[in-house]
Structures are given as structure tokens and as C-alpha cells.
Design a protein around this ligand. Structure first.
Ligand code: B1M
Length: 222
């Protein structure tokens, strides 16, 4: 059993989606995350274990390598694709409640800002780590975050900004959310943002990369 889960983790780490996928070339014609996850379910391995020891383990390894500049955006996207393909097999177990998500994370790029590549990577890494992610997209205003928080009580918020001109909107969104719901934890990131800015605007955590965001969220529920 451990062998199969290790293979699933490996496929996610190296972005082997399914048998037909040409990438990575050295795994040509081998089963990918898709087939192996199906096999694990057919063998009766617990879905939660497939998620944690297989898929999440693989995504964590990618997240660390990405932080250390050992892999780049395309590899992370392939891993996320392998992960999401395998997750299709696990969906019925989530829906039945057999597998519990760690919590809910609401993410969006702040008002006025249309950059979403980094935000999507963060969303994928967090989802790949076993969280439910509500992605509000780009150009998201305070009202939308607050409205979504009402439907998903007890969730956490993530804000991304790529423009120096939209940092001021990030500040407004943090203030608006905190005045409505002071206990909500808000995590921020994006190229122009840093720790000093986080402190100034009263957000709870700044991460320069997706893995830091994952680790922060996991600590909150530990
Ligand atoms: Co724009 N753009 N852009 N752009 N763009 C930048 C950001 C810019 C630095 C380019 C430059 O001038 N050198 C510059 C900003 C300058 C500044 O503000 N100081 C800029 C500008 C000026 C603009 C426009 C104003 C250009 C114009 O129209 N005159 C315009 C603005 C549109 C708008 O948003 N209203 C604009 C438009 C665009 C495109 C639409 C063409 C396109 C966006 C496509 C898309 O996102 N779908 C685009 C792109 C691609 C870029 C660059 C080239 C790349 C950004 C990117 O995706 N990086 C960028 C220049 C550059 O960075 N080389 C640039 C890759 C991505 C993986 O990194 O987003 O930093 P990043 O995310 C990282 C971390 O920051 C972190 O994790 C990610 C992974 O490591 N992170 C988080 C991000 N969010 C996080 C949230 C977290 C935690 C971590 O927790 C919640």
C-alpha cells in the first residue's frame, strides 16, 4: 500500500498526470496520478490516506522546491494538473463526508488588479494541501469578500496584489473586513507587498510564496 501512495506522490511531484501524458519524458507510458489513484481506491485504501500520503505529500514537495527556485511555474502547473485530475476520483468521498477538508480559504486579487497567475498558484497549492478554496478571481472589492465570508463562516482570507497602485486597495480591504469581522485571519502576498506593509495595514500574515501560505494556514489549525 505504501508503495502505491509513494508512486502517487511522485507523479504529483513530477507532474505525471496520466498514462498518455508525454511529460515527464522519463515516465512515458507509465501510469500517472489518475490511474494510480483509481487503483488505490479499488484496492480499498482510505481516501483520506490517498489524499494525505499521496497527493498532498507530492504537492508539498513541489511547493518547497518552488520556494527554493529548484522548479519553476510550468512544473508547478503540471503538478497541480496531476493533483486535480487525481482529485476527481476522491470527490465522491469529500461529498459524502468521508474525507474532511482542513478548512476554507477565500482568495482573490484585490480591486483594480487583474494579475492572477501568482494568486492561482497560491490557490492551487492550498487546495492541493487539503483545503477547500473559494477563488473569487481578480479585481475583488471588500463587499465581495465580506459577502463570501457570511456564507463560509470560520474561513480564512487571502489577498494578492501585483501593482503598487493597488496596494492601497489591499489596505482598504483589510480594514473593511477587520471592521466587520475582527477575528478573521487575513494573509497577504504579491510582488510589491512585504512584511513592513503587512504590519502597516494590519493583516495577519505575509508570505512571499505559496508554500509559506500553506504552512501558515496549517499552523492556524494545528
Ligand atoms: Co502586469 N505588471 N500590468 N500584466 N505584469 C507587472 C506586475 C509589472 C511589475 C511589469 C513591469 O512594469 N515591470 C508592472 C507593475 C509595476 C508596479 O506596479 N510597480 C505591471 C503593470 C504596470 C501592468 C499594467 C498597468 C500595464 C499596462 O496596462 N500599462 C497592467 C495592469 C492591469 C491591471 O491589473 N489592472 C498589467 C497587465 C498585465 C497583463 C494582463 C498583460 C499580465 C497579467 C496576466 C495575468 O495575470 N493573467 C501581466 C503580467 C503577466 C505581468 C508580469 C510580466 C508577470 C506577473 C506574474 O504573473 N508573475 C509582471 C512583471 C514581472 O513580474 N516580471 C507584471 C509570475 C507570478 C507567479 O508571480 O504574481 O509575483 P507573482 O506571484 C508570486 C508571489 O508574489 C506570491 O506567490 C506567487 C508565486 O511565487 N504571491 C502570493 C502572489 N500572490 C500571493 C498571495 C499570497 C501569498 C503569496 O497570499 C494570499
Amino acid at each position: 500500500m505504501e508503495g502505491l501512495l509513494e508512486k502517487i506522490a511522485y507523479c504529483v511531484e513530477f507532474g505525471k498526470i496520466n498514462k498518455n501524458a508525454p511529460y515527464p519524458p522519463d515516465m512515458k507510458d507509465q501510469d500517472g496520478a489518475d490511474e494510480l489513484t483509481k487503483q488505490a481506491i479499488d484496492q480499498g485504501i482510505n481516501a483520506d490516506e490517498i489524499l494525505k500520503k499521496g497527493l498532498v505529500t507530492g504537492m508539498e514537495k513541489v511547493g518547497i522546491k518552488f520556494r527554493e527556485n529548484k522548479v519553476f511555474v510550468p512544473q508547478v502547473l503540471m503538478s497541480a494538473k496531476a493533483m486535480s485530475t487525481a482529485m476527481e476520483h476522491l470527490k465522491p468521498f469529500f461529498q459524502s463526508g468521508d474525507v474532511k477538508r482542513k478548512g476554507t480559504f477565500i482568495i482573490g486579487t484585490v480591486a483594480g488588479d487583474l494579475h492572477d497567475i501568482g494568486k492561482n498558484l497560491v490557490a492551487m497549492m492550498i487546495e492541493g494541501n487539503g483545503w477547500e478554496v473559494i477563488d473569487l478571481g481578480t479585481d475583488v472589492k471588500s463587499e465581495k469578500f465580506i459577502e463570501t465570508l457570511r456564507s463560509y463562516t470560520g474561513s480564512y482570507i487571502g489577498l494578492s496584489a501585483l501593482l503598487t497602485t493597488t496596494m492601497v486597495n489591499m489596505e482598504k480591504i483589510v480594514k473593511d473586513i477587520k471592521s466587520e469581522k475582527p477575528d478573521i485571519k487575513i494573509l497577504i502576498g504579491g510582488a510589491p507587498v512585504n512584511e513592513e506593509f503587512r504590519e502597516k495595514i494590519g493583516a495577519d500574515f505575509y508570505s512571499p510564496d505559496p508554500q509559506g501560505a500553506v504552512e501558515y494556514l496549517n499552523k492556524l489549525i494545528a
